[in-house]
Design a protein around this ligand. Sequence first.
Ligand code: SAM
Ligand code: DTB
Ligand code: SF4
Length: 334
Amino acid sequence: MTESVAIAESATQGKPALATPHSFDDATIIYNLAFNDLLFRAQQVHREHFDPNAIQMSRLLSIKTGGCPEDCGYCSQSAHYPTGLKASKLMEVERVLTEARKAKEGGATRYCMGAAWRNPKDREMDALVSMVEGVRAMGMETCMTLGMLTPEQSARLAEAGLDYYNHNIDTSERYYFEIITTRSFADRLETLTNVRDAGIKVCAGGILGMGETVEDRISMLVTLANLAVPPESVPINMLIPIPGSKLADAAPVDPIDFVRTIALARILMPRSHVRLSAGRTEMSDEMQALCFFAGANSIFVGETLLTADNPGEDHDAALFRRLGLKPMELEASR
Ligand code: SAM
Ligand code: DTB
Ligand code: SF4
């Protein structure tokens, strides 16, 4: 056994995870375990808290597309880059509810509505509240991702019955400004606090493949795991390179490094749903299988994410059959 493996073993022996707060150094030791040891450890942690064969299924809808004032270097919807995406206004409530009904029929248990905003305006809040109430009435969990929220807006959405709010930190604090300059890492954390304080569950994760280092990825996960309450949902996205965006030509992430990052997320946040998020169309079934073994237990279903492609129902049904996976019941996902 190498010295680092011995340290990692003693650091985690007999416990579901490291005692919080997690240190960057301990997380790095775990990340660098021999691949088999890392995956075994992650799978053990996973089985202590979840059915290893059940996958939570969320569906996304872009309720307000494009023309975003933020300059996120990865995004098709930023007005700062010539991505060719046509901007549209906030969707009518009825249309959102029609789409949500279809998602429910397709097996989704959580409906996530995303808007290309820096933040919602107060005059948009009534429509957002109606969307949350309508989707909830269908018996699905509700999620929104609308940019920054004030404490008052968070309280209003909580009162409407919003279950989750997605707000990603995207990368490490150190690397953040290389990717986004129109808001800060601290702004992101502030919204997460506002959402948490309002009693809404938190969905926060990031993107791999933006030119960040392995250390940036570890640091991002340590930040999430060390929040006063870790996020209930942790989406790990693989960059979908968008032509025209700042990151159009970013080098692809090494698949083994991707799986290691999933495993570390599972170990650092044992009770969270770790979502294998954007980028699945470029992943082989084998890579996805490794991610599920490493502790990923949530996906986005359907043909589209917000603006980009997703594998779709038929491909995912075949994948689930090949791997003996089943959709997670709503009760188990709570
Ligand atoms: N405007 C809101 C915001 O930024 O919080 C919500 C929508 S935004 C599109 C949600 C998340 O999707 C981003 O934080 C980012 O992590 C992820 N994302 C966006 N574009 C992506 C891409 N091309 N590849 C992978 N993930 C992406
Ligand atoms: C998240 O972490 N990934 C989702 C969701 N949260 C909102 C979005 C992925 C977007 C992929 C690019 C697109 O569809 O435009
Ligand atoms: Fe706007 Fe969100 Fe895209 Fe950033 S990620 S440009 S905030 S839609």
